[in-house]
Write a protein that binds this ligand. Structure first.
Ligand code: SF4
Length: 694
């Protein structure tokens, strides 16, 4: 066959592009993505090898991003409800029809009281633009209720802020040089994979790894030691460590004197916490506590860096704020902050010079001060009538970047709220989730491959830019476009509603981050000191690490950290004798990815890990179906009898979509709407249950 002319051959060969983006998911790693696009179709999503934090590697979940993007069940046109709420029956309608009707309904409600309209969103994308930029402008201009976004991390964030001054800490890359790494309340292999890379390097260099977690996670089994404490007892453990540091004088007196506030009072608080006392509370041997303190103190004596990777699992209990405060005091006691590889990292997000006001425009409130609704109590709040204390009854809910029917606590009550016939619900979504089933309108949303965004992170210190790799699929639209068009229909003529998404990306940091660098390489590293608190300078009011918080004391709260027992402490109920935690299944992230078939196939079905003693006492065999229940409801699940669970604690891996579970519920059927000591957060891991063979 004759060869084709060169020009013709070129026209037949695919046009292949590599587009730089950012992983949008609620994960501390915020990877830089490289998407291969062939003739307009995304064929592969890889980790960017030029981004040091990503190092060319993605997790199992996001390496399947094209499967998720082109999923046969992607929502590709606006839908209007035709069946009863929750039935999942909808009809396609045009964007004009959907937006006209939504604007009409919201305008009528706003004429009575705009606070009756509540936005509901979280980190379905971590992007600042598709998150709260245009949405924030819209709801501020409307005067809608404000949302207290507490569902994941607010107790820890508040505890950290009261102690260190903000969500600040070590730079993650320096963990590779640490001598002792304490991984506290985290399954890093499952949910902080790129941090684990640094841990591996440290281990090869002789570092000791200790994991503190009620569950024998994949991470815990790869550490040198595992301390399987009872849920909600972390502050007791931290206070006992302080006791030992004091008893052996493993204290950096110079650092304490110069860079901390409230040491005499904290010393008095810690002294009664002998390892024996803490052992009784934590359910671990006293010798294990002594050994941990020895390892920590030894680093001080040898002037070696000791580092704590604290994560959010431990703060999802009543005393989560106090526990975070107690742990965050430890590095200052031994002067660990003197080293770049010492100190603590829970979240780095306060380090970013993000201009939230430029994005979200709170000035559009124009002096109004709407009430605030806590997202963690949405179940109860949807069922409240209007009152002077609560404000107007909630009449409309606009849900984006969240799936509250599956992820909010006490989901039986959440379902009852969403099922209200007089509630007008709009859901912006990529898939027909449990929440979307209760919508009056579902609006199809773009994925990260289809829109612009800009990202901070809470696990490292780089800003990332996400450029669209492909055109929006079907009739899907970015969240920004939806709120822009609703604003236009509701007569909001402010010029800020005309900003396009690239303009919003540029506004996020202004000239504090070089946008050309973001365009050129997809990321920009913040210029930060290597050892941020080597010489004090904490961003607290005193500039010191505040063992004692005047700000808390001024609110009538305890100024010192303490052990605050769980609302539902292990052993406190004869009817519900087992404590339950609900850490993420390895192949899911909250409720995202549950509908990706290859990932769901790896998880199999909803699982409850149970210690062999607890299973035997109930005649439960490995692999059998069991009923997990408490006064709030029940959940059917497969029992995995395994040493991953400690005695007295069961692990209900989450978060399955309710409709994909065994009986139409998920683990949040059992969790409560009670709140944490600080930060008004939920207490997912403060939950007593009973288990019986089905
Ligand atoms: S490790 Fe985290 S940030 Fe990286 S691709 Fe996976 S979910 Fe995204």
């Amino acid at each position: 066959m004759a060869a084709l002319p060169a020009a013709a051959a070129q026209s037949l060969s695919p046009i292949v592009l590599k587009i730089r983006g950012a992983c949008p998911h609620d994960c501390p790693d915020t990877c830089s993505l490289l998407t291969t696009v062939e003739n307009g179709v995304a064929t592969r999503v890889q980790g960017n090898p030029d981004h040091p934090q990503t190092d060319g590697v993605l997790c199992n979940k996001v390496s399947r991003y094209t499967e998720r993007t082109y999923h046969a069940e992607r929502l590709l046109s606006p839908l209007r409800r035709t069946g009863p709420k929750g039935s999942g029956r909808f009809e396609p309608v045009s964007w004009d029809t959907a937006l006209d009707e939504i604007a009409e309904r919201l305008t009528a409600i706003a004429a009575r009281d705009p606070q009756a309209i509540v936005p509901y969103s979280y980190c379905g994308t971590m992007g600042q633009v598709q998150g709260e930029a245009m949405a924030g402008r819209f709801f501020n201009r409307l005067g809608a209720s404000l949302l207290d976004r507490t569902i994941c991390a607010s107790a820890g964030a508040e505890g950290l802020t009261q102690t260190l001054g903000g969500k600040v800490g070590m730079r993650v890359e320096f963990f590779a040089e640490s001598r002792l790494i304490i991984i506290w309340g985290s399954n890093s292999i499952g949910s902080n994979l790129h941090f684990w890379r640094h841990v591996q390097r440290a281990k090869r260099n002789g570092a000791k790894l200790i994991c503190i977690d009620p569950r024998l996670s994949e991470t815990a089994e790869k550490c040198h030691e595992h301390i399987a404490l009872l849920p909600g007892t972390d502050a007791a453990l931290a206070l006992a460590l302080m006791h030992e540091l004091i008893a052996h004088d493993w204290l950096d007196h110079d650092y304490i004197a110069r860079h901390t506030l409230g040491w005499p009072a904290l010393r008095e608080r810690a002294l009664p916490w002998s390892p024996e006392r803490a052992a009784g509370v934590c359910g671990v041997p006293a010798e294990q506590i002594r050994s941990l303190a020895r390892d920590y103190g030894q680093c001080f004596l040898e002037k070696q860096p000791a580092a704590i990777r604290l994560n959010y699992g431990m703060q999802r209990v009543r005393g989560g704020g106090n526990a975070t405060r107690a742990v965050a005091c430890l590095p200052a006691l031994v002067g660990a902050w003197r080293h770049r590889a010492g100190g603590l990292l829970m979240s780095s997000s306060s380090l970013f010079p993000l201009d939230r006001a430029a994005l979200q425009r709170p000035d559009l409130l124009a002096g109004r001060t709407p009430r605030t609704v806590n997202m963690s109590t949405i179940g109860d709040d949807l069922l409240l009538g209007g009152s002077p204390a609560f404000g107007p009854k909630i009449e409309a809910l606009i849900v984006y970047n969240s799936n509250p029917v599956a992820v909010a606590p006490d989901s039986g009550q959440v379902v009852r709220g969403f099922a209200r016939d007089d509630l007008f619900t709009v859901v912006l979504e990529q898939f027909q989730t449990d929440t979307a089933d209760y919508a009056d309108f579902i609006l199809p949303a773009t994925t990260q491959l289809e829109h612009w965004d800009i990202h901070t992170t809470y696990g490292h210190t780089d800003v990332l830019l996400n450029r669209p790799a492909i055109a929006p699929l079907g009739d899907s639209r970015p969240n920004t476009q939806v709120f822009r068009e609703l604003a236009a229909r509701m007569g909001f003529a402010d010029a800020c509603f005309l900003d396009d998404d690239e303009t919003l990306c540029r506004a996020a940091f202004g000239d504090r981050v070089d946008f050309q660098t973001l365009l050129d390489q997809g990321f920009a590293t913040l210029p930060l000191p290597e050892a941020p608190f080597a010489d004090g300078g904490f961003p607290t009011p005193s500039g010191k690490c505040e063992f004692f918080s005047e700000r808390l004391a001024a609110q009538g709260l305890d100024g010192l950290p303490d052990h605050v027992p769980n609302h539902e402490a292990a052993g406190s109920s004869a009817d519900f004798p087992l404590a339950m935690i609900s850490p993420p299944a390895r192949n899911f992230m909250n409720s995202t990815f549950v509908n990706v078939k290859t990932l769901r196939a790896m998880e199999g079905e909803p699982v409850l890990e149970m210690h062999p003693h607890d299973a035997a006492a109930r005649g439960i065999a490995n692999g059998s179906t069991v009923r997990v229940f408490n006064a709030r409801g029940d959940y059917r699940v497969k029992a995995e009898v395994s040493l991953r669970a400690r005695p007295g604690v069961v692990n209900g891996l989450g978060i399955w979509w309710r409709k994909l579970g065994l009986s139409g519920t998920n683990v949040n059927q059992l969790t409560s709407q009670r709140l944490t000591d600080l930060g008004r957060g939920p207490v997912f891991y403060d939950c007593l249950v009973q288990v019986q063979a089905d």
